[in-house]
Write a protein that binds this ligand. Sequence first.
Ligand SMILES: Nc1nc2c(c(=O)[nH]1)N[C@H]1C(S)=C(S)[C@@H](COP(=O)(O)OP(=O)(O)OC[C@H]3O[C@@H](n4cnc5c(=O)[nH]c(N)nc54)[C@H](O)[C@@H]3O)O[C@H]1N2
Ligand SMILES: Nc1nc2c(c(=O)[nH]1)N[C@H]1C(S)=C(S)[C@@H](COP(=O)(O)OP(=O)(O)OC[C@H]3O[C@@H](n4cnc5c(=O)[nH]c(N)nc54)[C@H](O)[C@@H]3O)O[C@H]1N2
Ligand code: SF4
Ligand SMILES: [Mo]
Length: 903
Amino acid sequence: MTTLTQTTCCYCGVGCGMLVESDGERIVGVRGDPSHPANHGRLCSKGMTLPLTASSLAGRVLTPALRATRDAARAPTSWDDALATVASRFADVIRRHGPHAVAFYVSGQLLTEDYYVFNKLAKGLVRTNNIDTNSRLCMSSAVSAYKMAFGADGPPTCYDDLEAARTVLFAGSNMAYAHPVLFRRLEAAKAADPSIRWIVVDPRRTDTASMADLHLPIVPGTDVALFHGMLHHLIWEGRVDRAFVDTHTEGFEALKQVLRAYPPQLAADICGIEEATLRQAADWFGESPAALSLYCMGLNQSSHGTEKNLALIHLHLATGQIGRAGAGPFSLTGQPNAMGGREVGGLATMLAAHREIGNPAHRAELERLWGVQGLSETPGLPAVEMFDAVRDGRIKAIWIACTNPVHSMPDSARVREALAAAEFVVVQEAFHQTDTVPYADVLLPASTWGEKAGTVTNSERRISRVRAAVPAPGSARADWWIASEVARRLAPALGVSAEPFTFASTQEIFDEHRALTVGRDLDIGGLDYARLERQGPQQWPFPAGAERGAARRYEDGVFATADGRARFHAFDYRPVAEPINARYPLRLITGRLRDQWHGMSRTGRAGALFEHAPEPTLTMHPADAARRGLRAGDHVRLASRRGERVLVLAVSDDVSSGTVFVPMHWSAQFLGGGGVNDTTLGSVDNYSKQPELKHAAVRVDPLALPWRVAAVRRGDALQLHAAVQPLLAARRFATVRLEGDDRIVVVAADEQPDADWLEQLHTALALPRDASLLEYRDVRRAMTKRVAWRDTWIDGVLVAGTEADVTASTSLLARVGDSEPWPRARHAVFVADSGPAAPRDRTVCQCQAVSASRIDAAIVAGADVAQLKATLGCGTVCGSCVPELQRMCAARGRATSMSTNAA
Ligand SMILES: Nc1nc2c(c(=O)[nH]1)N[C@H]1C(S)=C(S)[C@@H](COP(=O)(O)OP(=O)(O)OC[C@H]3O[C@@H](n4cnc5c(=O)[nH]c(N)nc54)[C@H](O)[C@@H]3O)O[C@H]1N2
Ligand SMILES: Nc1nc2c(c(=O)[nH]1)N[C@H]1C(S)=C(S)[C@@H](COP(=O)(O)OP(=O)(O)OC[C@H]3O[C@@H](n4cnc5c(=O)[nH]c(N)nc54)[C@H](O)[C@@H]3O)O[C@H]1N2
Ligand code: SF4
Ligand SMILES: [Mo]
């Protein structure tokens, strides 16, 4: 019997409602919830494939484990022992060094209830504000800009504005990949009304940008100059809404003085775009009946991210494009509960329910509501400083939950050094295969999506229920429960009552959180589990007595500042933290892929999710590649002042000359050595302390790695992956991926052959060493081809030798796991293999498994997007690939159904 559970997707901030099918033990299917107002039944490629990532327990953290000494291996233990150990080690550090010697580093992927308990544990019980989260790397500049401009955090807009907007300005947002279901809504609106204009500000021609009417491929980091130039133009063209500015804002004159220095020509020069393009964008924005801006990490992840956000908000305030349908600055949250974390105050620089640490009245209020005393008046350390403090010994113990900082923080070498130096590291995780888990002195098994319950708040301030569809596996427990159980043991050790810090249910936690919001800007006094049950997901504010939450804020032009006026801020454009120079002449941008999620601990469990981007690539403009004598597929060495990484070159004019792009996802679990953050830097924004993950000065050099290895093995892919992963770091370049449900692919390259390593790989891949293995070996050339047989089926292939040897084995490698038996004598596999290699192919449409080559062939034969959908079926299920189909058609000069390109 299958049961259906109504819940919310665990990936991005769109917050799609889902119906999960389970057989009681396992999740067997998922579909979009037609009644959820965020997605109306739609899901993207990541949401649709969630069951694939949850189908096996291999690689799950199932029992608590701890190690006696730093060098010892972790051994499984009981919950009681693990919780007592965490409590006593934390108590010990606090006794010896005070409360600020411990820290918590948590996550925008925790549920509101989890987050609430962690925040209260740190700030109320330990009485340190040293609790920060990965939202520091993500949303903190948006938070500080909203507060500085409007007096309170949170977007004034809602999802219905996507349909109501007449001009849409995407700034530093690749929505086609990162918020796909909202992008579907925008696509539909534009298809219905082609007069809607899209402007995209992004240094890269992303799938989002390629669908725009106007693309502004600015030099990375120059957004402030762009927005200043646009506002300069609007002021001098007389397009400012004087009435709005005079009645509802403060500070315009001072800003106007600063803007004198940004005439469109000069601003366009700084941005590296045409002056006419800048003026066009400004006109479309200013003259629009409703201009909506959608922005994300291209603005936030900057050493002046708050100013980038503010400069964009200025455009809205100056033209009165705010507080009505279809108009306003809409910061898109990345993680599923980035907003909920902000509500409970789960950052080092804020208190619960949008209260301020530095405000004595706020602290007193919280002490009364919590029934505690002595809240710290010192702000805690934000992420980058927090790990620096761990590194230099100011922080001795750190508890990491639901985030993977070794992978996601800038300058990862420093983070690794920090965790190696710490006295005590707790990691609370659902999956073993992450870059942070190896540093855990105590590893706590967390239940995860599908197994836990609570609430999340999406980008439009909408609170949705998350429900469990299956029981948690092994001894995994909900995050709030773990924090609450440690609090129960820690409180007596700190000489206070445990009562305020221990909870019996998520409902009890939600009710307490709600009480804290009453009278605040995010008042949800009228909202509880019963109402969410009855009426479905609701937006805040939702005060007691209300029937529904407010879709939009500031509709009356009264802002959350003391005098009700929004604020302009006067500041100049500032360059990126690390300018390029002769030694590091290229600008590195990092960002998202369509089908992967962050460090891939979840998406890396499904072979289907690798097919769209199977290799760890660095994308470079053709002219830059030619200048370095590089061709697509070559190995390249990416280096910054901090570290280096070997990647595979992709060549495309989607990036401008002088800029290179590397996806953020590849971690040490899938790429030898780790991800791109070994090269990024920890420079942070003055206000928000958010690091500049979107820009580093780098160089890219050719790298000859003549020894090549490739292997494909059929079997339990997750187990094979776990066995192979420790070998990756030994090679100059080594990567592993899952393929389909039951295959893994390993590719490696190095300067010299390494016979020992090859045998280790052979063993890790569980290749046989008996008669079922057939080997063809040329010792002189250090070449080997090995085929593992199961009767007449090919179950594994391992090839090592030159690039030509491996290339010549492409079709042999592809035969692993073939549904057809090998038709000839075994040894004939090597002969038959000498034919030409099949071309490498990418899967563009993941739902219907349609490859790039088939789509391209159809386009060459005359198909447009509609015909591709009708004949190949691509783009007809989740729609995540539709932007790419449009783009592939456009590249072949085929008209698309919404070709309104004016650029
Ligand atoms: N598929 C997928 N979706 C996700 C996630 C994921 O991991 N995978 N993660 C989620 C999370 S947590 C987040 S925060 C969001 C992020 O969502 P986005 O911010 O949309 O994604 P990114 O690719 O990080 O960056 C967006 C764009 O910023 C551009 N950019 C770089 N530098 C600049 C600049 O100086 N100015 C401007 N204007 N643009 C610049 C990049 O070229 C990139 O295309 O995605 C969420 N959704
Ligand atoms: N270079 C570069 N770096 C970046 C970015 C970038 O654009 N470029 N983007 C930054 C941004 S915006 C973000 S948000 C961060 C994201 O970076 P991280 O927070 O490190 O990302 P995840 O890999 O999603 O980490 C979440 C972890 O929680 C685990 N987990 C899953 N479910 C649960 C659960 O229920 N409980 C617990 N306890 N654990 C669970 C997962 O297995 C995973 O290891 O990366 C940042 N880093
Ligand atoms: S857009 Fe995709 S990843 Fe984001 S919430 Fe919806 S289904 Fe999940
Ligand atoms: Mo994020």
